[in-house]
Design a protein around this ligand. Structure first.
Ligand SMILES: [Cu+2]
Length: 579
């Protein structure tokens, strides 16, 4: 069982246990004896079963189980100890066990709420708040059911609840937020001394575009979705003028996967101000990385990218031979892009398909009709990629794979999630059952280029209630905090930095660090054994633990966030800065 399914199973069992205790309590208050006994017996079993799931989660990593071991388990145990023996005595007056059963229900629910609303890391304050809630709910139940305890018990209960509430609130209120970090935008200038310059102008504006024969309201660069394809030869200087015609919320250009100088990175309020209607901004950087990249707005990025403010950036070595096709996949107003295209290719021609996932969720790609190799991932060439046949690749949000093959005499077709997007002729192949390539064991290994680590950071991804803003929100969190309250990671130029990224939520988080490519060390405890994988976008699935490292060689203030852009907007964004 994967850690992700264990997390889900534990959550389901906890919900069932809480519901059964509460239902049993209500049934006994209503003197529905068989129902009450049945529910309570089920609740007791479910509560005990959590001992197994919580133990297994703790073995998978303390991050997955901390608050369950420290808060939920003691509360559940208290519930079971209070309610269990009374049940086993099978009381004649079933109503007499209503309060103990409801107490167990509150206790299990309290632990569950701590997991769902607070998560990692566990804290004494939150534990005490849960205790206060359980005690208070039990006291109210006592009153309502008219089964009032003696004055002493009553006063003691009140005292416990108040003490827990006061201490818990005191401990749960964290002092201040992330330290404000001074930052200087002008870190590095573009070294340009006579390199040929490729100039482009991108004008952002609202537009009506046609997708699959339907008119769609979009935000577009130069009136088209995707925006114009920007191409350069390695060594060129790219100079891109961004103009905003009428995108009221502003626009920027972020060069996804391109490790540009910080001042050119296009993150509003971090590296520049958003470009408002009527304004312009000129980006200029050396095209010193070969490969497949893309650009997109980083201002209101979730909405902006979804509505169409993105395009392809390809930097090719000179000279180029063969067929070279870009396939930027996107979902615009629920309609899939690009439109399918068919073009015959002469047998024997080398073909490169540049697959780009510009959506916020993972896509599955299958190339039918030919053996192929994955030549590059996220712009970096792989070492010793071997031929693959009848194998799918799964590309995370923001990620790119370059597939290469020699055109056979028979047709070839590329499918994305089962939909044909590119072909050289008619192909009918069912690709849904194909195995998926694991890039961590593909290609030929080479030693990790460093023998030391200077800085280590752990990022525990989760969901939680964020009360720090104007309105409470159910945020996507990192280490229990949401943007802008996640502490900035500080590194020094030259540091070798390791990230341990843990996903204890129920959904995929495609992780994306700006300005750097990270080398994958391990996933779920297993070392990467294939070609070195230098990624800028990788899917941290539910229950995953990734260890990645990079050299801090690009000074500045960099966004470090989930590339499911809705998650990024809902709190899952932090920053990495150089001291
Ligand atoms: Cu995410």
């Amino acid at each position: 069982m994967t850690t992700g399914s264990l997390l889900a199973a534990d959550l389901v069992i906890a919900v069932l246990a809480a519901a059964a205790w509460l239902g049993g309590g209500a049934a006994s208050a209503a003197r529905r004896r068989p129902l009450a006994l049945g529910l309570a017996a089920f609740a007791l079993l479910a509560t005990l079963a959590r001992a197994i799931t919580i133990t297994a989660l703790a073995r998978a990593g303390w991050w997955f189980a901390a608050e369950k071991v420290l808060i939920a388990a003691p509360l559940s145990l208290a519930g079971a100890v209070v309610a269990g023996p009374r049940l086993l005595r099978a009381p004649r007056d079933i109503r007499s066990v209503a309060v103990p059963l409801l107490f167990a229900g509150y206790a299990v629910s309290g632990g569950l709420l701590v997991t769902v609303l607070h998560g990692y890391p566990a804290s004494a304050g939150v534990g005490l708040l849960a205790v206060a809630g359980v005690v208070a709910a039990t006291a109210v139940t006592w009153r309502v059911l008219g089964a009032r305890p003696s004055g002493t018990v009553s006063r003691a209960t009140l005292a416990v609840a108040v003490a827990a509430l006061v201490t818990g609130t005191g401990l749960a209120v964290t002092p201040g937020a992330a330290p404000g970090v001074p930052h200087d935008h002008e870190y590095r200038d573009v070294r340009t001394a006579g390199e040929p310059t490729r100039r482009f102008t991108l004008t952002a504006g609202t537009a009506t575009v046609s997708v699959s024969g339907r008119d769609v309201e979009a935000w577009a660069f130069n009136g088209q979705v995707p925006g114009p394809e920007l191409t350069a030869t390695v060594g060129d200087v790219l100079e891109v003028t961004l103009r905003n015609r009428d995108i009221q919320r502003g626009v920027t250009l972020h060069w996804h996967g391109y490790d540009v100088p910080n001042s050119q990175d296009g993150v509003p309020d971090v590296t520049q101000a958003a470009v408002l209607p009527g304004q312009e901004f000129v980006y200029r950087f050396l095209a010193d990385q070969v490969g497949t990249y893309w650009y997109h707005t980083h201002a209101v990025s979730d909405l902006g990218v979804r509505k169409g403010l993105y395009g392809v950036l390809v930097v090719r070595p000179a000279p180029v031979t063969g067929v070279d096709v870009t396939v930027p996949v996107h979902t615009l107003s629920g309609l899939p892009l690009p439109a399918p295209r068919t073009e015959p290719v002469e047998a024997g021609m080398p073909v490169r398909l540049r697959l780009i996932n510009t959506d916020s969720t993972t896509h599955r790609y299958a190339l039918a009709g030919t053996p192929f190799r994955v030549a590059a991932i996220d712009g970096s060439d792989l070492r010793g990629p071997t031929p693959l046949v009848d194998t799918a690749v799964v590309i995370p949000a923001g990620g790119r794979y370059d597939l290469v093959f020699t055109a056979p005499a028979t047709p070839v077709a590329l499918f994305v999630d089962g939909r044909e997007v590119y072909s050289t002729g008619p192909v009918s192949t069912a690709t849904g059952a194909w195995p998926v390539l694991d890039p961590l064991s593909y290609g030929v290994a080479s030693p990790v280029p460093w023998s030391r680590l200077d800085k280590e950071f752990t990022l525990v991804l989760d969901r939680g209630l964020d009360l720090r803003g104007l309105l409470p929100r159910y945020a996507h969190t990192v280490n229990g905090a949401a943007d802008p309250d996640i502490p900035t990671q500080v590194v020094r130029l030259g540091d070798i930095v390791k990230f341990t990224i843990v996903n204890r939520s129920q959904v995929v988080h495609p992780w994306h660090l700006h300005g750097h490519h990270v080398l994958v060390l391990t996933r779920n405890g297993r070392p990467a054994t294939g070609s070195p994988l230098w990624l800028d976008s990788f899917d941290v699935r539910a229950g995953d633990v990734w260890e990645v490292a990079f050299r801090a060689d690009n000074p500045g203030m960099w966004a470090n966030h989930c590339h499911n852009l809705a998650h990024a907007d809902a709190g899952m964004t932090l920053h990495l800065m150089y001291s």
